[in-house]
Design a protein around this ligand. Structure first.
Ligand SMILES: [Cu+2]
Length: 686
C-alpha cells in the first residue's frame, strides 16, 4: 500500500500505481501450510479470502487490492493491465466526483469502453473528493469476486472538520468488509435467478481475512481455522499524548459491499463508537453502541482506547439475506491493545453474541419490520452536517423533482387473452406482448417468461448501450434511450427486456430525487449510489405496506413530508428504508452521464439502475482525442429475424445460368471465410 500521510495545505503530489488484473486461485501454493501454520497465511501472494479454494478476480494478486491513500488535490495515475484470459474490466473510483475528468469514472458503456483482455488503460484524475472511498470493478460480479480495494483522500487537518475528534488517522485502520462466497458469485446468483430460487449470503471477509462457516451447502468449514484481521491501538498513545495521557482516539475508516442484500451491524465489545463522518463529509459526532452499513456506504468511526488493555472483538453481524433460516452470517476482527500480547478474545463468537440489545444504533435497517425502540435509532437524515465547504444551498424550491419507485417484478405471459393462449401453445417468447406481474402474483413455471423476480426502478430494467454515452456522444440518437414517461414494448415497460434508462437533468439546477420502496415481497433497504456527486439527504421515513408512488407524491406535493433543508447530511450512497422513502437534493454542477444504481452487485447487474444525464452534450468536458472507442458492428442489410432462406436460380437460358454459377463461385473464392453464396441481383431470374 502506497500511502501519502501528513497532507499539507497547497502541497500536492502525483501518485502512480500499477494494477495488473488477473484471475487467481485462493489458498494457492503461496499459502504453504496455512491455516495449519498461521504465519504461512501472511505469505506474499497468499490470497486467503475465506480459506476455501476457488477462483477470484484480483489486482496484483491481492484481496483487497492495493490501497490508494492520497491527499486532496493529488494527481492519481493508475496504469491498468487487463491480464484476464477472456474477461473485460473497468475500475470505478467510488466516491470521487471526477469533476475535471468524467471520462475517468470507470463505468462501461457510459464513460469508457471496457478494457479488453491483454490491453492497457491508464486512469488519470485528481483526487477531488475528500473522505473514505473504495475502488472496484464495475463489470459483472468482478468486484464481488475480489476486484476491489481501499481508496482514501485525506485533507490537511486544518480543513478537516472532524480533526478535533480524533488523535490518530492511520492508514492501517481502514477496514473493508466484503461479502464472500466459497465459489464465484455468479455460480450462486445466476443459477438462483434462473431457477427462481432464493438468494442467500454466505460469509464476510475483513481486509480479505476470516473463514467461512458451512451452512449445509457441503462446503468445507474454515471459520474456526482462518486467522482474523487485527487492528492495533494503544491505551496511552505515543509522543506528547503519552505524556499528557489524554490522546488515544483512533479514526477507523469502514467500507462495505455485498453481492446480495446483507447489510452489516458493526460493534466493538466494551467500546462505544463515535461516528464522525460518512463518505466525503463530516457531521456532528454521534456516540452509538453499533452502526449498520449497507452496500457501497462508508463510515468513519472514532474508537477510544479507554478499556483495560487486551483483545476485543470487532463484530460484523450480517442481516437481510445473510440472516434467514439456519444461515447466520457473521465475522469478527480483533481490536488489540499494543500493551498486551496479541491473541483472540475469550468472548463467544456466535451470531447471537453480536446482537446489541442496549444503546443506540446509527443507520438502522428494515425499520418497518424490526422492533427497534424509537429512542434507540438514529437515521442518517437525523445527522447534522458540519462540512460547510461541501454544503450546497438546497433550501429553495427545486427546479426538477424526479420520483423513482422500486419493486421486484416477474415477467409472465398473459394467459388470460387469446394472444397469450396462442403464445403459450406455440411456445414462442418475445413475439407477443408480455405482461408484467407488478406485484409478483400468479407466477408459475407455465407463464414465466424470464426467471426473476427482478428489482426495477419505475418498472424498467436498465441495459447498457453498445457504446459509451459520454465519450462517443456524437453517436447518441433521440430514440436510443428509454425514459420515465415512455411506455410500450420498445421501452421495456410491458415486456421483459432491458434498455438504457436515462433521465435528463438541466445543468446548474436544484434537483430533488424522491426514492420510494414499494416492494412487499422483500424487506430490503436498497443502497442507492450516485456517481459524480454527493447529495444532501433531506428526508427519510417508513410508511409500511400501504406505501405507493401516489401516496408519497401526494404527501410531497402538499408539503407534508418534513425536510431538513439546512445542515442535512452529505452522502453519495443512501440506504432507502424498505416500504418507505428517502429524499435527496443536490445542485447539478457536474455535467455528464452519471450512473445511479443500487449498490448490491446482484441488483445492479439485474438492471436496478439508471443514468442521470446532466446538461447538454456541449456542456460536457472533452475526453483526450485518442480515447478508445467501441461499439456494435452490424450491417443493416444482414440484421432481422432468424431464418434460413433458400435461393434457387431459375435460368432463362444456359448462358445466363452458367453466368450466375460463375458469379457465385467467384464470390466464394474471393471470400472463403464467409462461405456464403451471395445472390447477384444482375443475374436474370424468372
Ligand atoms: Cu438493491
Amino acid at each position: 500500500m502506497m500511502v501519502r500521510s501528513g497532507c499539507l495545505p497547497g502541497l500536492t503530489s502525483t501518485c502512480v500505481y500499477n494494477f495488473t488484473i488477473s484471475e487467481h486461485g485462493t489458498m494457492a501454493l503461496q499459502c504453504g501450510d496455512c491455516p495449519t501454520n498461521l504465519t504461512h497465511c501472511s505469505n506474499v501472494g497468499c490470497i486467503q479470502a475465506g480459506g476455501m479454494v476457488r477462483v477470484s478476480s484480483v489486482v496484483n494478486q491481492q484481496i483487497p487490492g492495493p490501497g490508494i491513500q492520497v491527499c486532496l488535490g493529488d494527481l492519481v495515475v493508475v496504469n491498468v493491465h487487463n491480464g484476464f484470459m477472456s474477461k473485460v474490466a473497468t475500475i470505478h473510483w467510488h466516491g470521487l466526483h471526477q469533476t475535471q475528468t468524467p471520462h475517468m469514472d470507470g463505468v462501461p458503456f457510459l464513460t469508457q469502453c471496457p478494457i479488453q483482455p491483454h490491453t492497457d488503460f491508464t486512469y488519470k484524475f485528481v483526487a477531488d473528493t475528500p473522505g473514505t472511498h473504495m475502488w472496484h470493478s464495475h463489470i459483472g460480479f468482478e468486484e464481488s469476486d475480489g476486484l476491489f480495494g481501499p481508496l482514501v483522500v485525506r485533507r490537511p487537518l486544518t480543513s478537516d472538520p472532524s480533526s478535533p475528534h480524533y488523535d490518530y488517522d492511520l492508514a492501517e485502520h481502514y477496514m473493508i468488509v466484503w461479502h464472500w462466497y466459497s465459489q464465484p458469485s455468479s455460480q450462486h446468483l445466476t443459477t438462483a435467478l434462473h431457477r427462481n430460487g432464493s438468494v442467500y449470503g454466505a460469509g464476510l471477509i475483513i481486509n480479505g481475512k476470516g473463514g467461512l462457516e458451512n451452512f449445509g451447502a457441503g462446503w468445507k468449514e474454515t471459520y474456526s481455522k482462518m486467522p482474523r484481521e487485527t487492528f492495533t491501538i494503544s491505551k496511552v498513545g505515543a509522543g506528547i499524548l503519552r505524556i499528557l495521557r489524554k490522546g488515544k482516539r483512533y479514526r477507523f475508516r469502514l467500507a462495505f459491499n455485498s453481492a446480495v442484500y446483507c447489510p452489516v451491524q458493526m460493534s466493538i465489545d466494551q467500546h462505544k463508537l463515535t461516528v464522525i463522518a460518512s463518505e466525503s463529509a463530516s457531521f456532528q459526532p454521534v456516540e452509538v453502541s453499533s452502526l449498520m452499513i449497507n452496500g457501497g456506504e462508508r463510515y468513519d468511526v472514532v474508537v477510544k482506547g479507554d478499556q483495560i488493555p487486551g483483545n476485543y472483538w470487532i463484530r460484523f453481524r450480517a442481516l437481510g439475506d445473510c440472516y434467514k433460516d439456519h444461515i447466520k452470517v457473521h465475522q469478527e476482527a480483533v481490536l488489540h491493545y499494543q500493551e498486551t500480547e496479541e491473541g483472540l478474545p475469550l468472548a463467544g463468537t456466535a451470531y447471537e453474541d453480536g446482537r446489541i440489545t442496549t444503546g443506540k444504533v446509527l443507520n438502522p435497517m428494515q425499520v418497518s419490520v424490526t422492533n427497534y425502540t424509537e429512542d434507540s435509532i438514529i437515521l442518517v437524515s437525523d445527522l447534522n452536517n458540519t462540512d460547510f465547504d461541501q454544503e450546497v444551498d438546497v433550501s429553495g424550491e427545486p427546479d426538477h423533482v424526479e420520483y423513482l419507485y422500486f419493486d421486484f417484478n416477474s415477467f409472465v405471459r398473459d394467459l388470460s387473452c387469446v394472444c397469450g393462449i396462442v403464445e403459450a401453445l406455440w411456445g414462442t417468447v418475445g413475439q407477443y406482448a408480455h405482461k408484467m406481474d407488478i406485484r409478483y402474483r400468479n407466477v408459475t413455471e407455465d407463464n414465466l417468461v424470464a426467471p426473476g423476480p427482478y428489482p426495477q426502478i419505475n418498472n424498467k430494467l436498465f441495459g447498457y448501450p453498445s457504446f459509451p454515452l459520454l465519450t462517443q456522444r456524437e453517436h447518441v440518437t433521440p430514440d436510443l434511450f428509454c425514459r420515465s414517461n415512455t411506455t410500450g414494448s420498445p421501452h421495456c415497460s410491458d415486456k421483459y427486456c432491458k434498455c438504457p434508462y436515462v433521465i435528463d437533468l438541466p445543468l446548474d439546477s436544484l434537483v430533488e430525487i424522491v426514492l420510494i420502496d414499494i416492494s412487499i415481497i422483500r424487506d430490503q433497504d436498497h443502497p442507492f449510489h450516485l456517481h459524480g456527486y454527493s447529495f444532501h439527504v433531506v428526508a427519510m421515513g417508513t410508511v409500511g405496506e400501504n406505501v405507493t408512488l401516489d401516496y408519497i407524491r401526494d404527501l410531497n406535493e402538499k408539503g407534508k413530508i418534513p425536510k431538513k433543508l439546512n445542515n442535512a447530511p452529505i452522502k453519495d450512497t443512501v440506504s432507502v428504508p424498505t416500504r418507505g422513502y428517502a429524499i435527496l437534493r443536490f445542485v447539478t454542477s457536474n455535467p455528464g452521464y452519471w450512473f445511479f444504481h443500487c449498490h448490491i452487485s446482484n441488483h445492479v447487474e439485474m438492471g436496478m439502475a439508471l443514468v442521470m444525464k446532466v446538461g447538454d452534450h456541449e456542456d460536457m468536458l472533452e475526453e483526450p482525442e485518442d480515447f478508445p472507442t467501441c461499439g456494435s458492428w452490424q450491417r443493416k442489410a444482414d440484421s432481422g429475424d432468424e431464418k434460413c432462406s433458400t435461393h434457387a436460380y431459375v435460368c432463362r437460358s444456359r448462358a445466363a445460368c452458367k453466368s450466375s454459377l460463375i458469379t457465385s463461385n467467384a464470390r466464394l473464392r474471393r471470400s472463403p471465410k464467409t462461405l456464403q453464396i451471395v445472390q447477384n441481383p444482375d443475374v436474370p431470374t424468372e
